[in-house]
Ligand binder design. Sequence first.
Ligand SMILES: [Zn+2]
Length: 461
Amino acid sequence: MKKILLIIPFLIAGLYTNAQTNTYQKDSIVIAKMQGYILENSVCYEDLRVLCKTIGNRISGSDAAAKAVEWGKLALRNAGADKVYLQPVMVPHWVRGIEEFAITTKAGKKQAFHPLGLGNTIGTSADGISNDVIEVRNMEELEKLGIENINGKIVFFNHPWNQHVSNPFNEYGNSVYYRWAGPSLAAKFGATACLIRSAGSGYDDFAHTGSMRYDSNFKKIPAMALSYKEANELEKLLRANNVAKGMLLSTSHFEADVLSYNVIGEINGSDLKDEIITVGGHLDSWDIGEGAHDDGAGCVQSIEVIRAMKKMGIKPRRTVRCVLFMNEENGLKGGNEYARLAVELKEKHICAIETDAGGFSPRGFSMSCSKAHRAKIQSWKKLFYPLGVYDFDEEGGGADIGPLHKNLGTPVMELSPDPQRYFDLHHTANDVFEQVNRRELSMGALVLASMVYMIGEYGLE
Ligand SMILES: [Zn+2]
């Protein structure tokens, strides 16, 4: 009896290992099938070219964003989605106007810069703002100078990007603070306008924009960014005490909210169709460049998940829903509306995956979910190693699917591509189609499709 009791666990372990091996073989065959299709025949790179070159940048509320909605609908239909539909949502419409910044040197010479307004900034009066410029490197310096030194001046937040940090996403979190909150922090001390050194990693002439938020306790002041090179130039002039005055002009403003849409395409699940897996990126972009990496790449990769499954005849057990979210960049209205409707319709969302970190070589998935969910995903790691994907440890999840996680507790994940070049390009005029590599973009689509397939087959419970 004792002998038999000792043998049973080995028998069970043996059966379990066999079952796992069989599953592994079956799944690796499916993934290899998608690999052949996506890496050789995928049209996601061509989809991206059409989006970038025929529509271009597409800030929420713009005519280009409306065209992008039509593009997304057609691309999902062409990918073979069982159902394609739009989810209406009202979005803000911020319009960039004329933007100027110049200084007059102590010798009376005028020197013009090429500023880029921060997203959502107000403009100036028609005469612009003409005042002293004062440099601060961080919040501590601003507070030390205090209202007596700041009042009435143009504050230049000269916070440098810390190149020591190995993962640029971590440094973005530090730098972006001055973009997001800087203008109101400066206004608190009486500043009349705010300039920031770009919150990006590039050593170039491309200024970096992105959302800022006004604190309603303080006066709204106009805010602009300078590129790395121009921030160095202004720093040099200020430290040489060679700036007599700064002149800043902007006609940027908000117009009335506009009706727009999340674009959705689905593959119906076979036997568990009520269980939904969302995979998506955001369709809107900033109003410069072409929104190629941010986030045209994520949109075409998500569409590719649908296409690869349909073309390969893969029938997911659960419903796979590709969502091209609207207004991630300056309002998150699309993501919020998607989650609101999910609650209202009592939908069962078992997982949501976003791809919004650039179309570079995939390295892993970050996730926000329970330990058990993470353990299940990590048990599939071996399937991803041949694709160069090994990192399943980080916390994360995308902005658009954040409300789903918050309101429904949905486990969320984000594709993590190699991060080293993203912040050289992101939110700049240099985020164009030519910066995206076909092979890297397709590898991201393949890894995404593989993960969606696994969750479609086995769920996360
Ligand atoms: Zn983005």
